[in-house]
Design a protein. Structure first.
Length: 209
């Protein structure tokens, strides 16, 4: 994954009021820190930042230019969003260096189809790995092709690209393959529930009387 260049401005206003004014100006309040550097409070262009995250994912590497100073490579360590407006409220950026490895959470995509008559239940959608900062995988793949009921896919089964190491427990379950209930079983469950529902009606009627 290549870095995305983005310009930032030093931020001089702090607190909730300052953050609101920054967001109203179309920018995202952020703090940049790491590698022994003094934390820098900056403002990122909201539209460009959102587009980069949407395209590259949460592990997108940024080449940040702060008011014409030397470009700094950084990775979003924590992102706060407004769940209603779906906007970015604040971003913590950690400085990274070329060639160093970082620990990140990467999405896992299940590929293939399990055996007929089965259901696939996802237990974990991401996996913790160590990878070179400028070569972070956008996603990882785990095959469920032909798996029968009772099978499971663990972190050890996930295909890792070159230079990427597993940081999670190899036994971490990514997905479970179970036997799908038959039509007869589903009908039986419905029949068992019906008498119970019918029995509740007289009780409710008595309570209302």
């Amino acid at each position: 994954m290549s870095e995305v260049k983005i310009s930032a401005e030093p931020r001089t206003e702090f607190g909730k009021g300052g953050a609101r004014r920054t967001r109203r100006a179309g920018k995202v309040p952020a703090v940049l820190y790491g590698h022994g550097e003094k934390p820098q409070h900056i403002a990122l262009p909201a539209r460009e930042f959102a587009a980069a995250i949407r395209h590259g994912g949460l592990n997108q590497i940024f080449a940040i230019d702060i008011a014409g100073a030397a470009t700094t490579l950084a990775l979003a360590k924590a992102i706060q969003r407004d769940p209603i407006r779906d906007t970015f409220e604040h971003v913590d950026l950690i400085i990274v260096k070329r060639g160093e490895k970082v620990t990140v959470e990467v999405p896992v995509h299940l590929v293939g189809e399990a055996a007929r008559g089965t259901l696939v239940v996802t237990e974990n959608q991401t996996l913790t790995v160590n990878a070179e900062a400028l070569h972070l995988p956008e996603y990882l793949e785990a095959s469920i092709e032909g798996l029968e009921g009772g099978s499971r896919v663990t972190a050890a089964d996930v295909t890792l690209p070159g230079g990427t190491e597993l940081a999670a427990d190899p036994e971490l379950v990514i997905a479970m393959v179970t036997v799908a209930p038959s039509a007869e079983q589903l009908e039986g469950e419905t029949a068992e529930e019906a008498p119970a529902e019918a029995a509740e009606e007289p009780a409710e009627a008595a309570a209302q009387a």
